[in-house]
Design a protein around this ligand. Sequence first.
Ligand SMILES: Cc1cc2nc3c(=O)[nH]c(=O)nc-3n(C[C@H](O)[C@H](O)[C@H](O)COP(=O)(O)O)c2cc1C
Length: 208
Amino acid sequence: MKDLCEKVLQYRHSCKQFDENNKIPKENLDFILDAGRRSASSFGMEPWKFLVVQDQNLKQKIRPFCWDQPQITTCSDLVIILAKIEELKPKGDYVKKMFSRRPISQERIDAYIELYGNHLKDTMSSDENIYCWSARQCYIALSNMMNAAAAVGVDSCAIEGFEKENVEKVLKLDTSKYQLAVMLPLGYRVKEQPTQVRRDFDDVVEFI
Ligand SMILES: Cc1cc2nc3c(=O)[nH]c(=O)nc-3n(C[C@H](O)[C@H](O)[C@H](O)COP(=O)(O)O)c2cc1C
């Protein structure tokens, strides 16, 4: 397990250009998306949706609003991670449904819903704040998908360099329901992987 993790950490890098003729087999693509689906999230809300753009014309339309980055159109599959908004509000059916999946008493489910509402009171006070919280969870799914991709020899590059509102318009999103959190183009590298540049362990970690 540790060896596999080490290999994944070494293999993953931000791929800047993909091989346009090399498509990810469905089995591996599904594996990567499923790693996102199974991610941890605060209160277990799973506040995400993954749009998988496979249509080349749509990728072309999105690219200008992503700093014209070549990853958008050269990738095999462009995963767009959306952050849930409206349904996360405490009084709604979705929140109830998410808590009710657990094998616990109705009393405890009600207590969880109350805790959720109280703890996230400020967070739920505006769609903008909900987006910030929801998108944070989406980044956990992003990370899991990047690592799952590396485990099956698929390259990726997290993309935050985009014009949010313009991409949302291209995708015709109802932004009261979902907003764009982050993107993940997936495919196969055409260039050698660069040497990883990182701060030192002791600079990053402090034992107290
Ligand atoms: C949330 C996030 C957003 C990023 N957005 C972009 C991006 O828009 N374009 C890009 O080329 N790289 C992007 N990156 C890649 C980072 O620049 C990269 O992870 C960092 O420089 C470390 O390099 P490595 O991933 O190859 O190890 C992003 C990374 C993360 C985690």
